[in-house]
Design a protein around this ligand. Structure first.
Ligand SMILES: [Zn+2]
Length: 74
């Protein structure tokens, strides 16, 4: 699974030749939400405005990714 956010919590396009900034992760009471402009999203499905690559994000995927990272570290 490709890590969605970099160390500055910036979520970027999954296209390695694009990497346009899509939004930012916001920690709200321990839950990572995706900030897109003025909105905080639990889920977001769309395409990159720069290259057109499909982009899917959800809180559930985030929880899964954290679980995987925890397993890898232990
Ligand atoms: Zn893109």
């Amino acid at each position: 699974m490709v890590r969605m956010a970099d160390d500055n919590n910036v979520v970027r396009c999954a296209n390695p030749n694009c990497r346009a900034e899509m939004g930012r992760l916001m920690d709200v009471s321990g839950v990572d939400l995706l900030q897109m402009g003025g909105g905080l999203c639990r889920e977001w499905h769309g395409v990159c405005a720069v290259c057109g690559k499909e982009f899917h994000w959800s809180v559930r995927d985030q929880a899964f990714e954290k679980l995987l990272n925890r397993i890898k570290k232990s």
